[in-house]
Design a protein around this ligand. Sequence first.
Ligand code: NAD
Length: 478
Amino acid sequence: MEFFGHIIDGAEVTSLDHATMADIDPFTQEQWAEIALGGKDDADRAVAAARKAFDEGPWPRMGYEKRQKLIHKLADLMEANAEELALADTRDMGKPVTQALHDVARSVWNFRFFADHARLSMNDTYPMDSGHHAYSRLDPAGVVVAISPWNFPLMMATWKVAPALAWGNTVVLKPAEDTPTSATILGRLAIEAGFPPGVLNVVHGYGPDSVGSALTSNPDVDRITFTGESGTGKIISAAAAQNLIPVSLELGGKGANLVFDDADIDNAVHWAIEAIFRNAGQVCLAGSRLYVQRGIYDEFIERYKAAAEKLVIGDPKDAATQFSPALASQEHWTKVQSFLTPEALAGGRLVTGGLGDGWGVQPTIVVDAPAEARVVREEIFGPVVVATPFDTEEEAVALANNTRYGLNAMVFTENLHRAHRVSAKLRAGTVWVNCFFIRDLRAPFGGVGESGVGREGGNFSREFFTEPKAVVMQIDMG
Ligand code: NAD
């Protein structure tokens, strides 16, 4: 059975106490790999390695150009090993391999984009009348702890690791315990690319009272970037406050998808399918609340149901599979199926879908659920969408904003004025008009309310992963 260790100080290692955990493939429900199970001591030694690499090593001092070259080398190696990386995520959490390959391509782009962005970035200068000259420097922040979730294992990890490294920081990455293997492969490739020891460390293990809490409470850490559940985000925010360090939180969501009666219906159906059934709805950005204007509601639901029932369900390792028959873990399946009980539906009914085999939930569309139903209010993180009709634009906006989350929303309309007007009124970090999931890595990414604190992407990542410094010089003008 293949073993995946921690990556600490430039080497792949076992835990100090040699503890391991089983890595289960949710499709076969069998163990496929053995993983080093870290504890506090392993977390501490990873932070110590990152600290030493930052304080004494070449990485923060080598300059942008050399770092850019090394990061591109890592990206090249990821491309050369794309299949291994994709299969690791597929076996860890069951996503169709075609989607995992897409995630690898996006992960490669994370590295290439941020390496170039940092290299090409410019600082501000402040001409002064007093015979002085001021300018700003952006120094690397130090040791970054990156804690990532299981739904896009490699993609979410690299979304944090890439900008942190590009700006000259050293990193300790803790991937989710259910999806550890692509992180170890990434660490192996960083060693092969020639990254100095301690620059990119990976520690495996659980969150509470374990590796996760040891990392977030370590006083040698300068930044924490976290993606995961809103409840975990609150705990991590409290830990960061103890050491007075900045924390970036990308948390849960309950995205609203508004379809107006002037929309291109084929396009809206296509994206409404992607929005909730891609990655089996295990997506923070999922369009899990669908609001359709009453005049087209019945026709829309009929076409939506037909499209959902056409999705190809099969072995996630098969290139033809569009929808995985298994959710990421038994624990997660237990949570998702609890939203299909009469109590959670509160009068809502399924027009298609329901439980699948094993740890599966089929593409599921719920209608007639009242606004206060659990299925409408809480993040399900599975392939379950709740559809509701609306009459007016004002009502649609009010329904969309009636949530404690605010990660993203979608608007489908051919009316230009409505598109801008509604986008302005939606309380969300991202609004997609007539599309979904399209990203420009320069744009801000994050959420309001319980969906997060702070933004990442482009200059927003730069601000988080650097310490701006003002330098003021006196100039002898002669
Ligand atoms: P989770 O919060 O359970 O775990 C995320 C990570 O935090 C894991 O690595 C876990 O081990 C670690 N962790 C848990 N408790 C911890 C603690 N006390 N201290 C330190 N680390 C701890 O989330 P998950 O179930 O892995 O991911 C699903 C959630 O992530 C969903 O809510 C989803 O919406 C959210 N998510 C958000 C985004 C975004 O960009 N906003 C992207 C992907 C996923």
